[in-house]
Design a protein around this ligand. Structure first.
Ligand SMILES: [Zn+2]
Ligand SMILES: [Zn+2]
Length: 506
């Protein structure tokens, strides 16, 4: 389809036609760019870890049920960084960015809830409003538009709306906010208060919504609740803000970077601890600090070991661990089913369970009513042309959010130190069947299966065809036994791991 091209070289002025407010005489006129391909600037990632290049890109008009947005502000989140570092060349060239805000330039056929001039926040896990999951209060995972980190094309026609000289440039997280104009599905656009400052509320598209939303949507934190927050970046601080607002009496912040503690305390954290300063596992420290464990813990980093620590920081039988960080490594959490019988639970959430279309506008309203602080999260403001500097700042760990006129970033240096881990390299072919440790199934014991009852370690072979993951599970399983039992404890597990390594190398 040949479309007329309009060139937008200067980013900030909006087309006249949607600069003016509705004067009550009907809807705004469509932008003069409507229905045409727009040439504008975008930061294009051409390859893994290669500096982004500000390019002139062509942005096609929106298809049916799509919206083209003029992005006025965007911020930088750690997930952008993660996907910029992926080695798969096929994902490039790509326009990253998923925390942004802007103004609707034009809408495709069938859109009834948005029009040119509307102030909006695009978001990555859509809300169609009609499917069984959108109608459920229990999830924000829309049947059709839920987050898909591998998707690079629009859903309506499996094509991209971005190109350079006819060559495709791919989308990212259904948003691609590192472009002056972007095209998103209607389900991924929240219409917000037009008075809200876009340079601030752009942060609500990911990190803050994730932390704050998780407290509101997934927990019953209230007066007197005790909370542990692992990772004091944007998500963690937003958790602290939400928990504080709800009246939590104790909010323990855990991070290996003590530079984050001052800000954390200003945002509701009552005690900050650095795992590096303790000999014993941090989960034990937290249980000691909180009379047997906190009511809620939040993993805001995306690290399997930290999830383990967060889980065991909560109390039995009511502790709830909320997983918000995304660990993209192949590593697994080492829990035995019995750990769940303790009453401790884990839930995980994308975007804090926030339904974007219906709840992001509410978060904007909270910001407007000063119930939710956003400005505290902005540590640097840079012109869009310095997007690479923003990446550097994020990599150095010196920032929370940078905003393009703003770019905005989130960072962690938290690395757990007290959790033994069988690294994945040792897993394939870990143990030959002849020496694979197996456990007598619990239900073969006629007695109650308490920790020190009938379990046996049987080093003979199990006839089943054991998958690799089952081997991992069993090795991990040891670890849940404590020193009081006759079964391998922590050190025993390490020994087994060593044994596995030596067997493998022989
Ligand atoms: Zn839906
Ligand atoms: Zn993000």
């Amino acid at each position: 389809m040949e479309t007329e091209h309009v060139k937008q070289t200067d980013s900030l002025p909006l087309p006249e036609s949607f600069q003016s407010k509705d004067n009550g005489e009907g809807p705004l006129l469509p932008a003069e760019t409507a229905g045409k391909t727009i040439t504008c600037k975008a930061a294009v990632a051409w390859g893994a870890k290669r500096a982004l290049v500000i390019e002139e890109v062509q942005v096609d008009p929106p298809n049916t049920m799509e919206v083209r947005i003029k992005i006025t502000h965007t911020s930088l989140c750690h997930t952008d960084l993660s996907f910029w570092m992926v080695e798969e060349e096929s994902t490039f060239p790509r326009i990253l960015g998923h925390e942004g805000a802007g103004i609707v330039e034009s809408v495709g056929e069938g859109i009834t809830d948005l029009m040119p001039g509307d102030h909006v926040i695009p978001f990555f896990t859509g809300e169609c409003g009609n499917c069984v999951f959108c109608k459920s209060k229990k999830t924000n995972q829309c049947e059709k538009f839920k987050i898909d980190l591998t998707r690079r094309l629009m859903r309506s026609d499996e094509k991209t709306r971005f190109s350079i000289g006819g060559k495709p440039v791919y989308h990212f997280m259904a948003t691609s906010t590192f472009s002056e104009y972007t095209v998103v599905d209607y389900a991924c656009v929240a219409k917000i208060d037009p008075e809200a400052p876009l340079d601030k509320v752009c942060l609500l598209g990911c990190g803050i919504a994730t932390g704050f939303g998780a407290v509101m949507n997934l927990t019953e934190i209230g007066q007197g609740s005790t909370v542990a927050v692992f990772g004091l970046g944007t998500v963690g601080l937003a958790v602290a803000q939400g928990a504080s607002l709800r009246g939590a009496s104790t909010i323990i912040g855990i991070d290996t970077n003590p530079h984050k503690f001052t800000k954390a305390k200003a945002m509701g954290v009552t005690e900050c601890i650095n795992p590096k300063e303790y000999e014993k596992p941090i989960q034990d420290v937290i249980r000691d600090m909180s009379n047997g464990g906190v009511d809620y813990s939040f993993e805001c980093i995306g690290n399997t070991d930290v999830l383990y620590q967060a889980f065991f920081s909560t109390n039995e039988p009511l502790g709830l661990t909320v997983l918000l960080g995304l660990d993209t490594s192949p590593r697994k959490i080492c829990l035995h089913p019995l750990d769940l019988f303790s009453g401790r639970r884990i839930v995980a959430s994308i975007l804090g369970g926030v339904k974007g279309k219906s709840q992001l506008p509410q978060l904007v309203d909270k910001f407007m009513h000063k119930e939710l602080d956003v400005e505290e999260f902005i540590t640097h403001t840079l012109p869009f042309s310095e997007v690479n500097k923003a990446f550097d700042l994020l990599l150095e760990g010196n920032c929370l959010r940078l905003s393009r006129n703003g770019l905005i970033g989130d960072c962690f240096e938290y690395s757990p130190t007290d959790m033994p881990h069988i690294d994945s390299e040792t897993k394939p072919g870990l143990l030959s069947k002849e020496v694979m440790p197996t456990f007598s199934p619990i239900n073969q014991s006629s007695k109650n299966c308490t920790q020190n009852s009938e379990f046996e370690i049987d080093v003979s072979c199990e006839e089943d065809d054991m998958g690799m993951s089952e081997v991992d599970d069993m090795l991990c399983w040891d670890e849940v036994f404590t020193k009081e039992t006759q079964f391998p404890d922590y050190n025993g597990l390490l020994e087994m791991s060593e044994m596995a390594k030596s067997l493998e190398s022989n």
